[in-house]
Write a protein of this length. Structure first.
Length: 147
């Protein structure tokens, strides 16, 4: 996956500041995953949010305005991701996508889960057999319209 130059600059400034995305969530008041999506240009920030992000990591002010621009979303290259962690999500959808779709349709009817009216949280769940990653996706159900 090619990382945009602006992402590299933001990540370098964040690292130099010694901050995590959880630290930025506490400083800025926006969710850590959303802030990371702004860094990776998968979400756009308001001028106020972009200013807070850039100032919090001590980055150059010239990065503020680009963070407010509408990004090209979902631009993973190649189509099948090769990063092992990202690939696991791809694999999860290959294995469990149809079962999840069937259960959603049984519970809600014919429709989709919004990726626009959507939140995602990543939590660490401690377990004596090895810590667990808990990913919680929460999207509005959108029924298909009949006409």
């Amino acid at each position: 996956m090619a990382i945009p130059v602006i992402t590299e600059k933001l990540l370098a400034a964040k690292k130099a500041a010694g901050l995590t995305f959880a630290d930025l969530e506490a400083k800025i008041g926006c969710d850590e995953v959303w802030i990371a999506s702004v860094f990776y240009r998968q979400a756009s920030a308001s001028m106020e949010e972009a200013t807070k992000i850039v100032e919090a990591i001590g980055a150059d002010a010239s990065l503020i305005e680009p963070l407010t621009e509408c990004p090209v979303k979902g631009a993973l290259d190649p189509v099948i991701p090769t990063d092992p962690l990202i690939y696991r999500f791809y694999e999860i959808m290959q294995v469990y996508g149809m079962p999840i779709k069937t259960v959603v349709h049984e519970k809600f009817g014919d429709g989709i889960m919004s990726a626009i009216d959507f939140t995602i949280d990543v939590e660490k769940e401690e377990d004596p057999k090895g810590d667990r990653v808990k990913v919680i996706m929460n999207g509005k159900f959108l029924p298909y319209k009949k006409w």
